[in-house]
Design a protein around this ligand. Structure first.
Ligand SMILES: [Zn+2]
Ligand SMILES: [Zn+2]
Length: 277
């Protein structure tokens, strides 16, 4: 499987994009600073020593590799990074500062809870916090994805080269089990490549069905073309989920998917306004 985009490359691409799309400056500046901050964390996955045959068996059984080789993360670096990301968020988005501060105190002042928060974020893609009803789930997920990114990347770097993509063919990421948040239609055969919302692994899945619930009924699973017709917003009326997709047959060069995820925030806004999540 192909290598994950290093943060340095993503930062340079964001700087290029900012010149081309000044209307995205606020979003790009926020992501630029968050990614630059997380890139300073040095993480390693020295404890992960998988055996090639064991990996193959697990892929054959369609079980994400992190269920067997668990993610190791340094609590202190994670806490510090979460706090920094909340500060960056509050600074760039004053309108969301109270929400970022709430998440900051949840993750830093209650370290006992952190382990269970991270575990349910990774396993279920959401965190139930009955005692903290005011926490904004979307922002919490943004903070967790970025604060875990250095550890997930180090982990994925060991495991990904051993995965045979064509054997996997599932809706969830083969490395961490995360859901996709961006798709890419390949230029030649039009196969669908999915980008993991948690660890940026890219894998192949079939076209023509919802990547969340498997619905393939054309009346309830369909897409809208973007203003730029290379982009499609796939929506499913059965599970109310959406996926942003770039049609590689309409782009000049191979896109950087983690960059595409950021610069298509307009599509997220429009999908959510229509009641999809
Ligand atoms: Zn993943
Ligand atoms: Zn669906």
């Amino acid at each position: 499987m192909e290598a994950i985009t290093p943060d340095g490359e993503l930062i340079a691409a964001l700087e290029e994009e900012r010149k081309k799309s000044p209307e995205l400056a606020q979003a790009i500046d926020l992501h630029h600073e968050v990614i630059s901050t997380r890139a300073k964390i040095e993480a390693e996955a020295a404890h992960v020593k998988p055996d090639e045959r064991e990996v193959a068996t697990q892929v054959d059984e369609r079980v994400p590799l992190m269920q067997r080789w668990e993610l190791g993360w340094d609590q202190e670096s994670f806490s510090r990074l979460s706090g920094q990301i909340c500060d960056v968020g509050a600074r760039h988005r004053e309108d969301l500062a109270p929400q970022f501060n709430e998440i900051r105190s949840l993750l830093i002042e209650e370290p006992d809870q952190t382990q269970s928060i991270v575990t349910s974020h990774l396993r279920e893609g959401k965190v139930d916090l009955p005692e903290h009803p005011d926490v904004d789930q979307q922002l919490l997920s943004f903070v967790l994805v970025n604060a875990l990114h250095p550890f997930l990347q180090a982990h994925a770097a060991v495991l990904r080269p051993m995965i045979r993509d064509e054997k996997w063919y599932q809706k969830r990421c083969p490395v961490c089990g995360g859901e996709p948040d961006f798709g890419y239609l390949e230029e030649k055969v039009g196969g669908l490549r999915l980008l993991c919302s948690h660890c940026d692994t890219v894998w192949t899945y079939k076209r023509g069905e919802c990547t969340f619930c498997g619905n393939s009924d054309k009346d309830s699973f369909f897409y809208y073309l973007g203003d730029d017709e290379a982009y499609r917003l796939y929506v499913c009326d059965k599970c109310k989920r959406y996926l942003k997709v770039l049609d590689g047959r309409q782009t000049a060069s191979k896109p950087l998917l983690p960059l595409q995820r950021i610069i298509t925030i307009g599509m997220d806004v429009s999908a959510r306004q229509q009641g999809y999540r």
